[in-house]
Design a protein around this ligand. Structure first.
Ligand code: HEC
Ligand SMILES: [Cu+2]
Length: 392
C-alpha cells in the first residue's frame, strides 16, 4: 500500500515536484522524491493551518476601546493531546518511510556489481572488478549539445578535468567508499544518493541506474565525441574538504550493459594500447599524482622530475650500495620503491606515507612508470614512445 502511495506521489511529477527535483534516474528516486514531496505538503498544510487562523484571531480578538479584555483559557486537554498525538503519527510515518529508503540504498542486491571508490584531496579513484580504473577524463561543460547532431563548444569550467565513471543500465551497482585523507562525500543528485567517505572505514551505497538515453542527460553531453553513448550525471564532493573541494567532481555515465562491459574491458587493457611513456603517464595520473608531482615541486613524495640518474639522498644508510648513476641501478630502485616503499627512504620525506603497490600494477605498467621517469629526464628512447601494434 505504502509503495503504491509513494509511486503515485512521485509519478505525478506535478509542477511543484518539477520545481524542486530534476527527474530521478535510479530505482531509489520514486521513494526519495515521494517522501520529499510528502514532507513538503505536510509543511505547506501545517503552515496554512496555523498561520491563517492565527492572523484571523489576532484580528478578530484585537483590543477594542470600551471592551474589557477576556481572560485567556489556560488549559484544554483535547487540544493538548491532539497536537502531541497528531504530529507524532505523522513523524513516525515519515521515519519508517525514510528508513525504508535508507535500507534500500544500503543493502545491495545479490547480483550487484561492486565498484570501489576512493576519495582523496581532491579527486576520486575508481576500481572496477577487473582491476580497471577510469580511463577517461573530461572538462565539465566542455561541450554542450544544442540540437541533436549539433554541438557547441562552450569553454571550460574548472581547472582540472574530471574522471568519467561508467555504470550499467538496469543492473544494481554497489559503490564501496573510503577516503585516503579527510572526510569527503560522494553525491550523485540525479540518483538521489549521498554518502560520506572516511579514512580507515568503509561506507557504501547501492542503486540500480535507469535510462541510458542521452537525450535527457541532466549534465548535458560532457566532453562526448559524436556517437558516444550514455547518459551523463554530475557527481560532486559534498563535504568541504579543502582548497580544491569545488573541483572535486566526476561524471557518472549510464551505459547499456554491453557498452558498459566493452568500456570497462577497454579501460582494463589500456596498458596494451598506449606507448610505454603514455602508460606511465596514465598510471601516474590515476594512482601516484596525489603525492608525486612531475614538475619538480615537492609534495607528500618527491617529484619524479629531475631525480632520474641523480644520486638520491637516503635518510638511513642500510649499508647497501646503490649505484644511482646507472639506469639499471635506478630502475631497481623504482621497482623496489613501488613494492617495498619503506626499504629506502628519500631524505626529507617521511617513511610509511607511500602505500605498497605490490601486485597491483601489471608488468607493462611497471615498465611504463620507468619509461615515464626516463621521459621526465629527457632520456626516453624511441621504444618508450612507440605505440604498440594492435593485436589481432
Ligand atoms: C600517499 C602518497 C604516495 C603515493 C600515492 C605514491 N607515493 Fe611514491 N612515495 C611517497 C613518499 C612519501 C616517498 C618518499 C619516501 C620513500 O622513499 O618511501 C615516495 C617515494 C617513491 C619513489 C622513490 C623516489 C625517490 O625520489 O626517492 C618512487 C619510485 C615512488 N615513490 C613511486 C611511486 C609510484 C609508481 C606510485 C603510484 C603507483 C607512487 N609512488 C604513489 C608517497 C607516495
Ligand atoms: Cu572532497
Amino acid at each position: 500500500m505504502k509503495s503504491t502511495l509513494m509511486l503515485t506521489l512521485a509519478s505525478e511529477r506535478d509542477w511543484l515536484t518539477k520545481l524542486w527535483l530534476k527527474p530521478g534516474n535510479s530505482d531509489l528516486s520514486p521513494s526519495v522524491d515521494g517522501l520529499f514531496m510528502f514532507i513538503m505538503w505536510v509543511c505547506i498544510i501545517s503552515f496554512v493551518a496555523l498561520m491563517v487562523p492565527m492572523c484571523y484571531w489576532a484580528w478578530r480578538w484585537r483590543r477594542k476601546p470600551g471592551v474589557a479584555p477576556i481572560r485567556t483559557p489556560n488549559h484544554n486537554t483535547f487540544l493538548e493531546v491532539s497536537w502531541v498525538v497528531g504530529p507524532l503519527i505523522v513523524v513516525t510515518f515519515i521515519f519508517f518511510w525514510g528508513f525504508y529508503g535508507y535500507i534500500n540504498s544500503q543493502v545491495a542486491k545479490g547480483n550487484a556489481i561492486n565498484i570501489d571508490v576512493t576519495g582523496y584531496k581532491w579527486n576520486w579513484d575508481v576500481l572496477y572488478p577487473n582491476g580497471a580504473g577510469s580511463g577517461q577524463t573530461v572538462y565539465l561543460d566542455d561541450l554542450l549539445v544544442t540540437k541533436p547532431g549539433e554541438t557547441q563548444k562552450t569553454g571550460q569550467r574548472g581547472n582540472a578535468p574530471v574522471k568519467v565513471i561508467v555504470v550499467p543500465e538496469g543492473v544494481p551497482v554497489k559503490f564501496q567508499l573510503k577516503s585516503k585523507d579527510v572526510m569527503h562525500s560522494f553525491y550523485i543528485p540525479d540518483m538521489r544518493l549521498k554518502m560520506d567517505l572516511f579514512p580507515n572505514r568503509y561506507t557504501s551505497m547501492t542503486f540500480t541506474p535507469q535510462n541510458s538515453d542521452p537525450a535527457l542527460s541532466a549534465a548535458g553531453s560532457i566532453g562526448k565525441k559524436p556517437g558516444e553513448k550514455g547518459r551523463d550525471h554530475y557527481i560532486f564532493c559534498a563535504e568541504y574538504c579543502g582548497t580544491s573541494h569545488s573541483e572535486m567532481a566526476a561524471i557518472l555515465r549510464v551505459l547499456p550493459m554491453d557498452e558498459y562491459m566493452k568500456t570497462v574491458e577497454e579501460w582494463g587493457n589500456m596498458a596494451d594500447k598506449l606507448s610505454l611513456v603514455d602508460v606511465g603517464k596514465y598510471v601516474h595520473a590515476q594512482r601516484c599524482a596525489t603525492c608525486h608531482s612531475v614538475d619538480g615541486s615537492k609534495g607528500t613524495g618527491p617529484s619524479w622530475k629531475g631525480f632520474y640518474l641523480q644520486p638520491v639522498p637516503l635518510s638511513v644508510d642500510t649499508g647497501e650500495k646503490v649505484d644511482f648513476s646507472t639506469e639499471a641501478g635506478w630502475n631497481t630502485y623504482i621497482l623496489e620503491s613501488i613494492n617495498y616503499p619503506n626499504a629506502k627512504i628519500h631524505a626529507g620525506y617521511a617513511a610509511g606515507q607511500m602505500p605498497s603497490f605490490m601486485g597491483q600494477l601489471k608488468e607493462r605498467e611497471l615498465a611504463g612508470v620507468v619509461a615515464y621517469f626516463r621521459e621526465l629526464a629527457g632520456k626516453a628512447t624511441d621504444e618508450d614512445r612507440k605505440t604498440p601494434e594492435p593485436k589481432q
